[in-house]
Design a protein around this ligand. Structure first.
Ligand code: ARG
Length: 481
């Protein structure tokens, strides 16, 4: 019989308050402390962690084989219910705070005392740290397959349009002639470096499970066994660090940020290339949008959004770093916010990688338009200086000679160094105190088409470098059976 005026029992079974009411009594407090909105998506990882923990508990005789059977049955049922019902699963209760407590409560409802034993020797602090490691590892696979798709798209485009000669830019001023493929493979290399970062995350192979709330447990938990059950190769050394740290999340957000940074640089470059002024590329209509007012417009919004979403991704990294910087060692509730940022950054980067692959697959380089402007900017000036070096002129002197020749061209209104005569070249040599070494073969070193054939250093951005790199990328990206 209930006494009138007796406090209603707290809906959070783990709160033991004097009043009998807890943080669930104020709906704002209930919502404020809850992470359910965003940590629901950890349900498979949470269940995976719980099963590994329960199997270990059975192994060390803290629960019976019957308990384990019940726990596994219950958790597997819960997993399929959530998979089927998603956000509509009736077990999601904001007053239970998070994915961990909702699943545990549902398990207890299904299995009674067996479920009540699951949390033996465990805290949400090591539980959530474990879930996060599992999620990060799994989501890296998603990242890798997206990288692969984008890499294939770059290679495909490089094979199609890669030999087109184009200007390169330093300071966004015309520099030296290159081939389109070399620039495409530059983006590809940058992105592959980004992918590599996902494989060197702090602690992503380390199981924090068994670290408890902060100090471990006085029960004989076999941490190595639960780690093995999770396919993690090792266990954390120090229970305080293991529960206080979100290094794996920060590293992951950094890897995402670097990916975003490179995607953003690429997007910026292609936005410029798609302008009327440049006209180097044409984006597919699918990936441009019109203006609500100007009927002629085809704006590169998808590229702009790839660039723009970098703000969100960097923001997530900053949020995580800032969130951690003032915390005493040990779990603090601030850490709950980590997942919000990690998930947001991950979702944005996945979308951007997918979108980038579609854009790369459908973009065309406009050979004619690029060719029309190729003679502008004396792209072959460095090549001419190197020609003089092959004839024995010291580089600093040849640099001076060519500087003078470019000036001559400008004075004469010539756009191309190849319009100069042998006498012009030799006069510039003698003016700079060098022998007149220019011969007819100088013209083989001039003109962008000639220059891209002459580069011979390993990794060059001309034809030989591009072809060599393309070959090695095709080898590297070959599907492994
Ligand atoms: N949802 C929480 C998180 O993500 C679980 C940890 C709560 N721990 C605690 N000691 N109150 O961090």
């Amino acid at each position: 019989m209930t006494t009138p005026n007796a406090p209603t029992p707290a809906p959070k079974p783990w709160e033991h308050t004097k009043s009998g009411q807890g943080s669930a009594a104020d709906p704002l407090a209930a919502r404020f402390v809850s992470s359910l909105d965003y940590d629901k998506r950890l349900y498979t990882h949470d269940i995976q962690g719980s099963i590994a923990h329960a199997r270990m508990l059975k192994h060390v005789n803290l629960i019976t084989p019957e308990d384990l059977k019940e726990i596994e049955r219950g958790l597997n049922e819960i997993k399929s219910e959530i998979t089927d019902q998603g956000d509509h699963w009736p077990g999601w209760k904001v007053e239970l705070e998070d994915v961990h407590m909702c699943i545990e409560a549902a398990l207890i409802e299904k299995t009674g005392d067996a479920g009540r034993k699951l949390h033996t020797g465990r805290s949400r602090n090591d539980q959530v740290a474990t879930d996060l490691v599992l999620w990060v590892n799994e989501s890296c696979q998603g990242i890798v397959s997206r990288f692969k798709n984008l890499a294939d798209a770059f290679v495909e485009l490089a094979e199609r349009d890669g030999s087109i000669v184009m200007p390169s830019y330093t300071h966004l001023q015309r520099a030296q002639p290159i081939v389109v493929g070399a620039e495409l493979l530059a983006w590809l290399e940058a992105l592959c470096e980004c992918q590599r970062r996902f494989f060197s995350l702090t602690y992503n192979d380390v199981s924090p499970l068994g670290s408890g709330a902060i100090a471990g447990s006085s029960l004989p938990l076999d941490r190595k066994l639960s780690a093995e059950g999770l396919d993690l190769s090792t266990i954390s050394m120090n229970s305080i660090y293991a529960t206080a740290s979100r290094d794996v999340a920060v590293d992951y957000a950094y890897a995402l940020s670097m990916t975003s940074m490179w995607l953003s640089r690429w997007a910026e470059q292609w936005i410029i290339y798609s302008t009327t002024e440049f006209g180097f590329i044409t984006l597919d209509d699918l990936y441009t949008t019109g203006s609500s007012m100007m009927p002629q417009k085809q704006n590169p919004d998808m590229l702009e959004l790839i660039r723009g979403k970098t703000g969100l991704v960097y923001g997530s990294l900053m949020a995580l770093l800032t969130m951690c910087k003032g915390l005493t060692i040990g779990y603090n509730r601030d850490l709950q916010e980590d997942k919000r940022h990690v998930f947001a950054a991950y979702d944005a980067v996945c979308d951007c990688l997918d979108m980038a692959a579609r854009i790369v697959k459908t973009t065309k380089f406009n050979e004619e338009k690029i060719k029309q402007g190729l003679d502008k900017g004396f792209l072959d000036a460095t090549s001419l200086a190197e020609y003089l070096v092959t004839k024995g002129v010291p580089f600093r002197t040849s640099h001076q000679v060519v500087g003078k020749l470019v000036q001559d061209c400008r004075d004469k209104g010539y756009e191309k160094l190849s319009l100069l005569t042998l006498d012009d070249f030799n006069a510039a040599c003698t003016d700079s105190g060098s022998k007149p070494v220019a011969e007819q073969d100088v013209y083989d070193w001039l003109g962008p088409e000639n220059v891209v054939k002459r580069y011979q250093t390993a990794g060059n951005a001309g034809l030989s470098g591009f072809q060599e790199q393309l070959k090695s990328w095709k080898e590297r990206l070959k599907p492994t059976d």
